[in-house]
Design a protein around this ligand. Structure first.
Ligand code: ATP
Ligand code: LTN
Length: 332
């Protein structure tokens, strides 16, 4: 066992990875990964809270692994694995569910949003989704969880569950901290800057995907919704469209918002939109090429996720045994 601090994070294979997945999550995983003991998961069990086509889910799971590596995660240093390959997550979720209140889950914004969008399938998995997420994190005794802004509430619940359990049984779980980046934590749709860019948004032109060609990326940014006026200025209330593009440009180039305002002063929206498109296309080009290459070698990818699952099961199994002992379950 290493004495490094632990990072855990995951993304659902519920659609193609897009700009928000990258700037809100994966890019920060890569930046932090050298300093921590890392577990990065493809959370397929979370994805089935919404109906999935089995063949698509299988394809996307493997592609997501290829894209994790293409973004710069080192499979030798990090455990890259599929959630359903480590059954300890589901086992621990059952236990934690007995320490999570109905009312706490009812207050979750993501549940409210997803159930209002999916009125024909408000299943209990959608409701207990945050408990499985807490299990993912607590099973690894994670210190830090790098996520986008929308997951903050789930992280707070995870901390509450851990503290409640520790209050009864002693120090069983590490209480994790969220890591939310300063820029790129909430990328908005290019068609509607009042709604979050999302993997599973079917609206054409709303999202930019990691595997999009440079031409498709340029097209999406040229069509992106802007606001009245013509000045490139950060103002979330008056200029939500331009402000979103500035966030994206900042995340892609590392420039801060005031430097972006200065650079594009007097240039107009059209010029700025092309510049954002170019910056994003350049950021994503090597990722797309490397991921396409990796997808040609499925045996290599299978080797990675199998090795990842062994490492994950070992760590999460240790936590689970400790939890069962505290609860008073008879050892097998
Ligand atoms: P779905 O559309 O299926 O609900 P999603 O696109 O919202 O999925 P998740 O799998 O829920 O994506 O999120 C994966 C990670 O990416 C999380 O850390 C989440 O906070 C982050 N993330 C998702 N969307 C964005 C976004 N628009 N901007 C920044 N970060 C995001
Ligand atoms: N709920 C997260 C995905 C997720 C996750 C996790 C993120 C599942 N388990 C554990 C961090 C840590 C989402 O983005 N929708």
């Amino acid at each position: 066992m290493s004495d490094k601090k632990v990072i855990f994070s995951g993304i659902q294979p519920s659609g193609e990875l897009m700009l928000g997945s990258y700037f809100g999550a994966i890019k920060n995983w890569v930046e932090l990964s050298g300093m921590y003991d890392c577990y990065f998961c493809i959370v397929d069990m979370h994805a089935i809270t919404v109906r999935q086509d089995p063949a698509e889910l299988r394809r996307r799971t493997l592609e997501q692994l290829a894209q994790y590596i293409a973004c710069g995660l080192d499979p030798e240093a990090c455990a890259l694995f599929v959630q359903s390959h480590a059954p300890q997550h589901a086992e621990l979720a059952w236990v934690l569910g007995c320490y999570t209140m109905f009312g706490e889950l009812q207050r979750m914004t993501q549940f409210k949003e997803k159930s209002s969008k999916n009125t024909e399938n408000i299943n209990s998995g959608l409701f207990t989704y945050p408990v499985l997420m807490a299990a993912d994190i607590l099973a690894y005794q994670a210190d830090l969880v790098p996520v986008g802004d929308d997951q903050k509430q789930h992280l707070e619940l995870t901390r509450d569950i851990a503290q409640r359990f520790n209050g009864i049984y002693g120090d069983v779980f590490t209480v994790p901290e969220p890591y939310i980046p300063k820029t790129g934590a909430r990328i908005m749709s290019l068609c509607d800057p009042s709604s979050k860019m999302s993997k599973s948004d079917g609206t054409s032109g709303a999202s930019v995907y990691l595997m999009d060609t440079p031409e498709a990326i340029m097209r999406a940014f040229k069509r992106a919704v802007t606001d009245s006026g013509s000045e490139v200025r950060y103002d979330l209330a008056e200029k939500p469209g331009v402000s979103n593009l500035m966030q994206i440009y900042s995340a892609a180039t590392g420039m801060d918002l005031s430097a972006i305002e200065a650079r594009f002063s007097g240039r107009g929206y059209g010029y700025f939109k092309s510049a954002v498109g170019e910056a994003v296309a350049e950021t994503l080009r090597p990722i797309r090429e490397r991921a396409a290459d990796l997808m040609k070698n499925k045996d290599y990818l299978a080797g990675i996720y199998k090795k990842g699952a062994r490492r994950a099961s070992e760590t999460s199994g240790r936590t689970l045994r400790g939890v069962y002992e505290k609860l008073g379950f008879v050892e097998k």
